[in-house]
Design a protein around this ligand. Structure first.
Ligand SMILES: Nc1ncnc2c1ncn2[C@@H]1O[C@H](COP(=O)(O)OP(=O)(O)OP(=O)(O)O)[C@@H](O)[C@H]1O
Ligand SMILES: [Mg+2]
Length: 492
């Protein structure tokens, strides 16, 4: 028999099928799971709130009149008690999970839930991805790979709450599973290169920095160019199409400069030609459009391997979006043709690449992210959208996510937005979001049977050097300055 922790009371028109309250006898916490034996079977419930009460302190007038004397005259502390509010989640009857259609009774005993039972009840997978421990239990949160990634995952939280840390943990876990999809990471801050410096993971990870990234101009159609250059007119696009088709017919490989040369030498009308050239020349500055693709997706994307696009040296947002747009489109197309393995794409700062609202037209990568969000699962392409501003993230993309991990979120607009987009969100979860500690998270959606609160496990790869200690940085700066001064004085 599990440990008894309290007794159900009759209060606030409860117990009913949606809530019940019990007086706490043992130490329990908000978010914990409890069970109650009823005639219809076992009810499993989650504690959504805990209230402290004291009958001596209920009457404001008496408290005011007696003031401090109250404590001398009555055994007040002995009368304090705790009441837990619970939401029934499921009724287990003859081993089958059903909806709760009959409430427990006042006076029923409330028990802790057994760990092994809870693991099954929540839908954890013994061979799944171990991302942390359930709060209040010594129980690993192990996610089934298929359930988690068959659609898309969103990791949302205020800056510094632990999103990238969790993404690192997910990648570590995926890389250690035998049949794990290939992983493609959009890393705008260069936070994931630590994987390539780690003994355990370095052989399974390849990092591509700006100088190693290139787009194969031969893969582009006039449609792609019109996405990179939304200003292209219909006529300019039509002429570009003709030139590209003729180059492709010759089966000659070409880069952007050669394409430009071809246009210069063509018989397009001067006005159209000049405009087209000036648009295309604006892309030359990025030094991206070559006659080969790097990373070459078909050769680098392998199961159980991660490719990291380190965009930390790419300053221009448009350039970043062009890169993301190109590679995501290629992954989508190649996967449709089954030329690459199923792939999970981690998109850090997802709101930069698929923004909602007025930046919409400018976001070159938004269209493909939304397409993958809508259709990717049919072909085995999943997204992990990571963002600190969920309200600024495309609602189309967000609404296609079926598992959400929510760490601390403090902005009320973000909380509201997330509560509306996220399946399985309850008021107690959204109320808890601002008070979560770093690394604590709720997971809800298809990856788990019920929302749970857990602590993300420690990661194995070392900390990326991004989170600088400000005081140390100032010390380093002063030290550097002192050295320069000394050198100058020695030189005099
Ligand atoms: N589960 C955890 N255990 C221990 N430390 C953690 C955990 N999660 C995050 N941290 C620490 O908190 C700091 C911030 O974490 P992280 O960089 O993952 O935040 P973030 O949500 O990605 O922030 P940003 O939005 O700025 O990218 C890091 O220094 C990290 O070490
Ligand atoms: Mg981060």
């Amino acid at each position: 028999m599990n440990e008894r922790i309290g007794t159900i009371i009759s209060i606030n028109s409860s117990p009913n099928c949606d809530e019940f309250y019990f007086v706490i006898e043992k130490d329990v916490g908000r978010g914990e799971f409890v069970e109650v034996e009823t005639k219809k079977g076992k009810i499993i419930a989650r504690i959504t709130d805990i209230v402290k009460a004291n009958p001596y302190l209920e009457n404001a007038e008496i408290v005011k009149n007696l003031g401090e004397n109250l404590f001398n005259q009555f055994p007040i502390n002995e009368w304090e008690y705790l009441v837990a509010k619970c939401i029934p989640l499921s009724l287990i009857s003859n081993g089958i999970q059903e909806r709760v259609i009959f409430p427990p009774s006042p006076g029923d005993s409330v028990y802790k839930v057994d760990k092994e039972f809870l693991s099954k009840f929540l839908g954890f997978d013994e061979n799944g991805l171990n991302i942390g421990k359930l709060l209040f239990y010594d129980l690993n949160v192990k996610l089934n790979i298929t359930k988690t990634f068959q659609k898309h995952l969103a990791i949302l939280a205020t800056s510094g709450a632990g999103k990238s840390f969790l993404a690192n943990v997910l990648i570590e876990e995926l890389l250690s599973k035998e049949y794990s999809p290939s992983i493609f990471v959009i890393d705008p801050h260069g936070e994931y290169k630590v994987f390539s410096e780690d003994n355990e993971f370095s052989t399974k990870v390849e990092v591509f920095t700006k100088e190693k990234i290139s787009i194969d101009t031969n893969q582009l159609s006039s449609f792609h160019f019109s996405q990179f250059l939304p200003q292209l007119t219909f006529v300019q696009r039509r002429e570009l199409d003709k030139i590209i088709s003729s180059l492709k017919q010759d089966s000659k490989r070409f880069d952007l400069k050669q394409l430009i040369e071809e246009i210069k030498n063509s018989s397009i009308k001067d006005k159209t030609k000049d405009a087209l050239l000036s648009w295309l020349l604006s892309l030359v500055q990025f030094n991206l459009f070559k006659d080969f693709e790097s990373p070459s997706l078909q050769s680098v994307l392998e199961p159980r391997k991660a490719i990291i696009l380190d965009l930390s040296d790419v300053i221009n947002l448009k350039e970043k979006q062009i890169i993301v747009s190109y590679f995501l489109k290629r992954i989508f197309d190649l996967r449709r043709l089954k030329k690459i393995p199923p792939t999970i794409i981690f998109v850090e700062e997802a709101h930069q690449f698929a923004p909602e609202g007025k930046e919409k037209e400018e976001a070159i990568s938004k269209g493909i992210i939304e397409t993958i969000a809508r259709e990717g699962r049919k072909f085995g392409v999943s997204l992990v959208l990571i963002s600190q501003r969920p309200i600024k993230l495309s609602t189309t993309a967000l609404s296609q996510c079926n598992t959400f991990v929510l760490l601390r979120i403090v902005n009320p607009y973000d909380i509201k937005h997330v509560s509306e987009s996220c399946e399985g969100m309850t008021k107690d979860i959204s109320n808890s979001l601002p008070g979560l500690n770093v690394g604590e998270a709720f997971i809800t959606g298809e990856a788990v049977n019920y929302p749970v609160l857990f602590k993300v496990r420690k990661k194995k790869v070392k900390e990326s050097s991004l989170g600088i200690n400000l005081e140390n940085a100032v010390k380093e700066f002063l030290e550097e300055k002192r050295k320069i001064k000394e050198d100058l004085e020695a030189f005099k």
